[in-house]
Write a protein that binds this ligand. Structure first.
Ligand code: GSN
Length: 223
């Protein structure tokens, strides 16, 4: 195994996108190996690379890491995006889990039956406005960062989540001025600004092609 950081996943957002965001924010260069055929997944299985037969898989520092949250925790810990002490870390985890819950709802839209889509969209909009965004607006009331006085993974996840939300509901932040200002500050950070440029490793929302590939690679799940 070389010293490079290598991501194994689909050429789409899914569970890997927050990992890409965190690595990009930390200024870590990485390579991506995309699963496009069933054989790619079988090879990872046969090589014993997937502890639970699941991706995301990230090769980093001589390890083969799986489980999205373990991967995010490792990157955050290594690159100083995890607060200054255990108490800050607990708060960062709480905010992070909230953003991940919200992003999970959005991810699930891609596999929703067409007749359920509108209902799921309304649910996401309502939860975003009434449950999630008010928490972050309050968290940013007196500080540029959600936790303490430095950037953490919670801030990075919040930026990703709010950009995903705006793709679905363009005006959703209009009643959340602190989050709007936060977004502008975050987008101006050089590494994040670079990640937001076309041609970066950032992925587009899921489309039919991606879903076709997922079904082919995970044929065992779609029998
Ligand atoms: O968060 C995690 O990494 C794990 N708790 C779940 C990972 C997971 O569900 N991976 C899926 C593909 S990404 N989609 O949501 C997976 O590899 N499924 C293959 C299977 O046989 O379950």
């Amino acid at each position: 195994m070389s010293g490079k950081v290598v991501l194994h996943y689909f050429n789409g957002r899914g569970k890997m996108e927050s990992i890409r965001w965190l690595l990009a924010t930390a200024g870590v260069e990485f390579e991506e190996v995309f699963l496009t055929k069933r054989e790619h997944y079988d090879k990872l299985l046969n090589d014993g690379a997937l502890m639970f037969q699941q991706v995301p898989l990230v090769e980093i520092d001589g390890m083969q890491l799986v489980q999205t949250k373990a991967i995010l925790n490792y990157i955050a810990g290594k690159y100083n995006l995890y607060g200054k002490d255990l108490k800050e870390r607990a708060l960062i985890d709480m905010y992070s889990e909230g953003t991940l819950d919200l992003m999970e709802l959005i991810l699930l839209l891609a596999i929703a039956p067409p007749e359920d889509k509108q209902k799921q969209l309304s649910n996401i909009e309502q939860k975003a406005k009434e449950r999630f965004m008010p928490v972050f607006e309050k968290g940013l009331a007196n500080s540029d960062f959600l936790v303490g006085n430095q950037l953490s993974r919670a801030d990075v996840h919040l930026l990703e989540a709010t950009l995903m939300l705006q793709e679905l509901f363009p005006t959703i932040l209009s009643t959340f001025p602190k989050i709007q200002a936060f977004q502008e500050r975050m987008k101006a950070l050089p590494r994040i600004s670079k990640f937001l440029q076309p041609g970066s490793a950032r992925k587009s929302p899921p489309d039919e092609n991606l879903m076709k590939t997922v079904k082919e690679v995970f044929s065992h799940l779609f029998k």
